[in-house]
Design a protein around this ligand. Sequence first.
Ligand code: XUL
Length: 521
Amino acid sequence: MGLYLGLDSSTQSLSALLLDTESGTVLTEASVHFGTELPEFASPQGFLPASDARVCQADPLCWVSALEALFGKLVEQGVDLSAVRGLSGAAQQHGSVYLREPIGTAGPWSHDLPLASQVRPLLSRARAPIWLDSSTSAECAEIAAAVGGDAELVRISGSRAIERFTAPQIRRFWKTEPDAYATTREITLVSAFMASLLIGGSAPIDHGDGAGMNLLDLATGAWSPALLEATAPGLARRLPRVVPSRTRIGVIAPYFVARYGFAPETPVLAFTGDNPSSLVGMGATEPGTWVVSLGTSDTVFAAMREPRSDPRGYGHVFGNPAGGFMSLICFANGSLAREAVAARVGLSWPAFERALLEQSLPGNAGNLMLPFFVPEMTPKVTEPSVELEGSAAFRAFADPPANARAIVEAQALSMQRYSDFIGMPPECLRVTGGASRNRGILQVLSDVFQARIERLAAPSAAALGGALRVAQAVEGLPWAELFARFVVPEPGVRIESTPGSALAYAALRPKYALKLQALGV
Ligand code: XUL
């Protein structure tokens, strides 16, 4: 029994969550916001402004400084870090850090100097491309062609070549800055970079996050020789090794013992990606319970025993930190699309909820909408495409309840359709994110999926996942016991599907499929 620290290095901030398995409580949380608290990195949204909208890069030193600021905050809050019995964490997926030499090669961190000043000379590339970068379409095509097509890439790695994934980013670096590539001895993920700082040495990449690189062979759990070769010359010797997520990768570096009071020998568990970590933090590590995150974009993820890849090529397969695999599917048309409809028909958010719960019925009397207010990645729709089919008032955006229902039904039908490769429908959807406050949306999800809905107030699911993972590894507790204590659905928010709704959607589903077909997707 004891205290466990989970970190989450996300796009805009670095957060920590301290768990106490003895009292069964979260003792404290702290966070450092890059834009407001580290203005010297000129990254108001966590990344560096760029003139090319497709390019998105961050300064890795910002993450290093944030780590120190975060530990400083915890100490200021009176947290005794010497009582921490283990650390782990997560980071935004896909982003990559380029080092002249692996961390620790030149000896331990010096206790007297800030970490950022010691990491700076190790960087062979001052900027880290992150998941918001979409500048690598040419490299995606080249990698896919080199291995015999996207289907082969999906078969090996669980995803087709994706712009934000790491291999296309590495290839672009090799093509555009060959000299800097030549001086790079290690290329690592944000998650393993943060872990490397903590142990003062080169941290391995875990299966959860490693699967988001277009480089991991899911069948073997090792880097794929074919994909390495297709990406850049000499890549195999530049990547850290890849390990199961439950691997203890070392102990906290003496630097953190000296400066922040951690106990020597505090174990550090492999870091993972924020989505795999959230799978744990949402208590969804077993098939049957899916997570639906309703945010700017909507995301659906779920545990899978086998690595079933998406034949359509939209979904991804990552490692499940608790063992096995997980799927992840992103939809660009999330809250912005819901808000666009609400604004168009003049519904406030509470009125939007009433429209769904009280003023319209499952199946929407046949009214149907294509919901692509912005270009969509699932399915691939390159131009905004909003089409309405149904009554004249509905088509004219003059039937607010039907219009409100149509956008949410279309989103739920898309989620269901494009997650069918998972193979087993969910029994329970655990919802999180801003729009999960709206019970009308939750009822539609329940009706379309015919699944129970539970809501988790889980703003820090990724950090919680880190703390739970290390607690599980150190104490050997069953996951179920940890989830029962720390992942508690909100009381009173348990939604079951409306009687008759299965039939309504059996009728609407093929109509929606036809509309997508007509769009050519
Ligand atoms: C997943 C993805 C994002 C980042 C954001 O594929 O790109 O969810 O992990 O943190």
